[in-house]
Design a protein around this ligand. Structure first.
Ligand code: AMP
Ligand code: ZN
Length: 465
């Protein structure tokens, strides 16, 4: 498997630290609002990568944090006249609702930064002891000059970074590129007791600390949105490698933005759609299809037209599922004959091609094309004269290749309950319209299927004989 590594700026062969295991950390949301579909893309992309590793037989330890203390959280708590903790609790539970609805698998652990304050303090203490960090009036800064390879992720040296960066001017810092790892309390802010007085952690140190606590000194993959590579990830590397003296992450993966009119979708620009609102109109399969129809390192310019076209593509794929599901009900021939066996074997080429595409830096766009090729082949070659075994195997293959993408897992069959409820409603309407022939027919048809209707004071009940 090859993956594009931001650290080496090329596609590297994936070599796990422990055979067949992946330790993976993804920077998660700041929980002060519902997430938008830009954030959603990042979550969907790394969920897909995680699923694909599992599909290829890896055991994945997948950590995605919640940033539950920072300026945005504090401001939101002020606006809503509540505590930062309450805001965090609320939007974490809302995160799970939307992520579950998007078919994003739950992480192995979703650590909250505020649950690691003691460990963060120890981390900061050690960095000071090792002279990588210094304290001034209750603030602690990381000294970028002390870390020789600072800038290696962004591929720049300190001088270039300094010239290009928009850095907050803080006279007290020894160097403008130094960054805060502990911040002294401002009036009204939540704070924790530390050797440097009451304060709170900086954002970068939280991730460094949670990675170390949950996954260890060196991990396989560290990931996040493209905007995080500098300074967030650069600073995480500096802190962690200074502390442990070991490489922090072997592979760095960054996913590209969702844009609106060629501008990054973001809460601050107010040009966003929440995942929740989109899911009111479109199915999770459609949203995932849209996000995965472009390679994860290519920006996606979001529009409703694009969503609609994803919707019709997804309908085409589900038509295949529906055809196969219906055939399974109707077909009488049971076992494969020789010709069918050969045909079934020929379908393996789609799996091979799919794996080849996904093994090449998770090319989901091409993997989706393979799904369409498979679907076309199956639609042309499988019909009512095929055997049940063949139909079943073809359907399994469609679902198998859909699973890492988190699509095509649903059934197109209406459940018995839904079907009967719909028929009961149709019967009530027929009665209202005095179409008794129709209402009697519905009742008799159901009776023939062993479903008895009973008119009660609470409405119509049904039971199966
Ligand atoms: P935040 O809640 O802003 O901390 O972001 C959570 C995750 O979403 C991070 O990995 C960001 O890099 C990512 N992200 C933020 N905006 C976008 C966007 N417009 N497109 C794709 N990913 C984004
Ligand atoms: Zn992070």
């Amino acid at each position: 498997m090859k993956l594009y590594n931001t650290l080496t700026r090329k596609k590297d062969e994936f070599k796990p630290i422990t055979p067949k295991k992946v330790k993976m950390y993804v920077c998660g949301p700041t929980v002060y609002n519902y997430f938008h579909i830009g954030n959603g893309r990042t979550f969907i992309v790394f969920d897909t990568i995680r699923r694909y590793f599992q599909y290829r037989g890896y055991e994945v330890e997948f950590i995605q944090n919640f940033t539950d203390i920072d300026d945005k959280m504090i401001n939101k708590a002020k606006d809503e006249n509540t505590t930062v903790k309450e805001i965090g609790d609320k939007y974490i539970s809302e995160y799970y609702k939307d992520a579950d609805a998007l078919n994003i698998k739950r992480a192995t652990v979703n650590p909250r930064a505020t649950e690691y304050i003691e460990d963060i303090i120890d981390f900061v203490k050690t960095l000071i002891e090792k002279r990588f960090a210094y304290e001034i009036d209750g603030d602690v800064y990381f000294s970028t000059k002390k870390f020789d390879s600072y800038g290696k992720l962004s591929g720049q040296n300190l001088e270039n970074l300094q010239a290009g960066a928009r850095i907050n001017v803080d006279e007290r810092k020894k160097d403008p590129m130094d960054f805060a790892i502990w911040k002294t309390q401002k009036p009204g802010e939540p704070a924790w007791k530390s050797p440097w007085g009451m304060g709170r952690p900086g954002w970068h140190i939280e991730c460094s600390c949670m990675v170390k606590k949950l996954l260890g000194d060196t991990i396989d993959i560290h990931a996040g949105g493209m905007d995080l590579s500098f300074p967030h990830h650069e600073n995480e590397i500096a802190q962690s490698e200074s502390l442990t003296g070991k490489p922090f992450a072997n592979y760095w993966l960054h996913s590209a933005f969702v844009n609106i009119n060629n501008q990054k979708m973001s809460k601050s620009l107010n040009n966003f759609f929440t995942a929740r609102d989109i899911l009111k109109e479109y199915d999770a399969d459609v949203v995932r299809f849209l996000m995965l129809s472009a390679h994860y390192r290519i920006q996606l310019n979001f529009s409703k037209e694009l969503l609609d076209s994803a919707k019709s593509s997804m309908e085409r794929l589900y038509n295949t599922v529906s055809n196969l599901e219906n055939l399974l009900d109707e077909i009488t021939k049971q076992n494969l004959d020789n010709e069918e066996e050969n045909y079934l074997n020929s379908l393996d080429k789609y799996r091979d091609k799919y794996i080849e595409k996904m093994d090449d830096d998770f090319n989901t766009a091409d993997a989706i094309s393979v799904l369409f090729e498979l679907s076309k082949d199956v639609n042309t070659n499988i019909d009512i004269y095929s055997s049940k075994e063949l139909v079943k195997k073809a359907l399994e293959l469609v679902r198998e290749l859909g699973e890492p993408l988190g699509i095509l897992q649903k059934t197109t069959k209406i459940s018995l309950e839904d079907e009967i409820e719909a028929l009961i409603e149709a019967r009530q309407n027929a009665r209202k319209n005095k179409n008794f022939a129709m209402s009697d027919k519905i009742r008799d048809d159901l009776k023939a299927r062993g479903i008895m209707l009973e008119d009660t004071a609470q409405g119509v009940r049904w039971k199966k004989n």
